[in-house]
Ligand binder design. Structure first.
Ligand code: C2E
Ligand code: CA
Ligand code: CA
Length: 625
């Protein structure tokens, strides 16, 4: 239905368009024709001049040379103009072959032969036909043998007794030799041609792979950009649409990457089934882009994109499960929305981000609504409204007992979901932004409240990350206590994870705030131990109950004895100071076993569990319990 609404005639150029082998063979043939034409036009006058200097030039030679030059000129012109190269080259070469034999028989008839004539009729035709196709060479082999035999016969008739047994033997030997020579050249040409064909096919396959996304078979970013550049040069109007899948990450997390791959493949094949999609590409991750060929505009185009959206968001059956993903589409037309390709892409991208941020499915670029965003769109601008909209969500990562591997608590981490930006910022990108905007505490209340409200983690030990700026608010601990009280949570189940940066500025007031939290029963943990400048002195200066040894230590452990010694010493130091010691970044069972032997109390890392959005964790934890 979509196709009926949107497109007049279907065009399907979904794959990159590497040069066909035929194109490349034609180019090779053209180069060969150029060489034959130019070399011939040089050689023929040279030979004629040489013969003249020995006084051997007859009128036949002159006429034949003139005919040769005409033929060679025609071959060269065809090659330069790239017109009918194959037919002109092959028929020209056969013509040269015919001219040569006419001259040879003519001279024989006129008694102008000499001792070299026989050698010439054996070798010159082979030389003339070297550039011919192997099939033509094979066809000419018996002709050449017959002509040599006839030549030998006439030659003997002119200069000796024809029909003698000696002549018949010699003539036949020459004829057979000549035919064999042609056949050998034909075989060599066949070998050369088939090797070239194989090479070209291999090169084409390499080119295809380099421009194709291996998972979906769509173009990759580079090939897509090449196609768009080609459209810009040839088309007056086309539409570029950016597509970004919604809820893709949770789907991947919940069902695994195989499910994610299946979704991408299915969406891609649905895209490919739409006639009028001139180019379709996977730009990376869950981002796709298409170029549409359309004569529609305005409301009709909107309607057509709406049905494309409906088609792509249909449920997907996979492995007995029903998977559901959303797609946000933004599109722009080169004729209406942008003068240049980069602006067109930016316009489609901006429209897509608006569609995603407002969860409206699809949006066409609008100068009024997207114009400002086109220039100023950035995480800084988006963050405040995203937080207000509830797009910043809590993720939780389990922390386990190092000996029993039982979950002893969860760390709360922030995630920016439903982000309308091209790339969803990671915590390491948006936490500094939140800090600049003075919104870190807002963020903490939001994510902590989400966790406490959700119920299934309320009774667990919970850890939150606290940046130095957050402690600057004089009512920080009071606000935190109020929130915990409102949700009926014991402050003793809370851990505040701080970094040594709290000691870099305003250390007295920060320490006072931490002491207050501690008095209320909370645990204070020094996070990322070992990554700062003065981790050791922090153990003395800050009121601490726990140390979290940074993941870089466990990840380097095993690479050398020295790394292991550092990890062991850090753990022992924490033990001796009576601090609970948690090692981060545990990605394998072996690492977990090792840090246990070194004396760690707790472990955290992908092996124990990856951070998972709270809203997705409910199911998981239910399954685990
Ligand atoms: P962090 O406190 O050290 O949190 C642990 C980080 O390491 C998380 O990155 C987590 O995804 C990652 N991680 C956990 N286990 C493993 C592992 O086994 N291997 C590897 N390679 N990585 C692992 P994430 O979530 O990107 O957070 C980065 C940092 O951002 C956090 O480091 C924390 O300092 C900060 N952060 C995150 N959310 C908040 C927040 O709400 N408020 C504040 N103030 N800071 C936050
Ligand atoms: Ca942390
Ligand atoms: Ca950490």
């Amino acid at each position: 239905m979509f196709s009926k609404v949107l497109y007049g005639q279907g065009m399907s150029v979904l794959h990159p368009n590497p040069q066909q082998p035929a194109d490349q063979l034609d180019r090779r043939l053209r180069r060969m024709a150029q060489r034959v034409g130019s070399m011939g036009l040089f050689v023929v006058p040279c030979v004629l001049g040489l013969s003249a200097s020995f006084g051997h030039v007859s009128w036949i030679d002159l006429a034949a040379s003139a005919a040769d030059m005409v033929v060679l000129g025609a071959i060269l012109i065809a090659a330069l103009r790239n017109q009918h190269v194959r037919s002109v080259l092959y028929s020209g070469l056969i013509f040269l072959f015919v001219i040569f034999w006419c001259v040879s028989f003519g001279e024989l008839h006129m008694g102008l032969t000499n001792s070299t004539s026989f050698a010439l009729v054996l070798f010159v035709p082979v030389f003339l036909c070297l550039a011919l196709d192997y099939r033509l060479l094979a066809a000419l082999a018996p002709v050449q043998a017959l002509l040599v035999f006839s030549y030998a016969y006439l030659y003997t008739a002119v200069s000796g007794p024809a029909g003698s047994p000696a002549f018949e033997i010699v003539g036949s030997v020459y004829a057979v030799l000549s035919g064999i020579m042609f056949s050998l050249v034909s075989i060599l040409a066949w070998i050369r041609q088939s090797t070239d064909d194989e090479l070209i096919l291999a090169l084409n396959e390499k080119e295809r792979l380099a421009s194709t996304d291996s998972l979906t078979g769509l173009m990759n970013r580079r090939a897509f950009m090449d196609s768009l550049n080609a459209f810009c040069a040839t088309e007056s109007a086309f539409v570029v649409a950016f597509l970004d899948l919604d809820r893709f990450k949770p789907l991947n997390d919940q069902f695994g990457h195989a499910a994610g791959d299946a979704v991408l493949r299915e969406i891609s094949s649905r895209l490919q089934a739409v006639p009028g999609v001139r180019a379709a590409a996977r730009l990376g991750g869950d981002e796709l882009a298409i170029a549409l060929d359309t004569s529609l505009s305005g409301a009709e185009l909107d309607k057509a994109v709406a049905s494309l959206h409906a088609c792509l968001t249909r449920d997907i059956e996979w492995d007995g499960k029903t998977l559901s993903v959303g797609v946000s589409i933004g599109y722009a037309t080169n004729a209406r929305d942008a003068q240049s390709l980069p602006t067109l892409l930016k316009a489609a991208d901006t429209a897509m981000r608006r569609a995603k941020a407002h969860q409206i499915g699809w949006a066409s670029f609008s100068a009024d609504r997207d114009g400002a965003a086109l220039d100023t769109h950035s995480p800084e601008i988006e963050f405040r409204s995203a937080l207000a909209r509830g797009d910043l969500r809590a993720a939780v990562q389990p922390i386990a007992d190092a000996g029993t591997h039982e979950i002893v608590g969860y760390e709360i981490l922030s995630r920016w979901t439903r982000c309308g930006l091209r790339q969803t910022p990671e915590p390491n990108e948006f936490i500094p932004i939140a800090e600049r905007l003075g919104l870190l505490n807002e963020l903490l209340w939001t994510t902590l409240d989400e966790t406490l409200q959700s119920g299934h983690l309320r009774a667990q030990r919970l850890a939150v990350n606290i940046s130095p700026a957050q402690l600057q608010a004089p009512d920080f601990v009071d606000c935190l206590m109020n929130l915990l009280k409102a949700r009926g949570v014991d402050p003793a189940s809370m851990t505040l994870e701080i970094t040594e940066q709290v000691a870099y500025r305003n250390i007295e007031s920060n320490v006072e705030m931490l002491e207050k939290a501690r008095r209320a029963g909370m645990t204070i943990a020094l996070d990322d131990f070992g990554t700062g400048y003065s981790s050791l002195s922090m153990l003395d200066r800050l009121p601490l109950d726990k140390v979290k040894i940074d993941k870089s230590f466990s990840q380097r452990s095993g690479s050398s004895d020295r790394s292991d010694s550092i990890l062991r010493a850090s753990i022992r130091l924490a033990n001796q100071l009576n601090l609970t010691c948690c090692v981060e970044g545990i990605e394998t069972e072996e690492a977990a076993r090792k840090v246990r032997l070194f004396g760690a109390d707790e472990i955290q890392g992908f092996w124990v569990g990856k951070p998972i959005l709270l809203e997705d964790s409910r199911l998981l934890f239910k399954q685990a319990s």
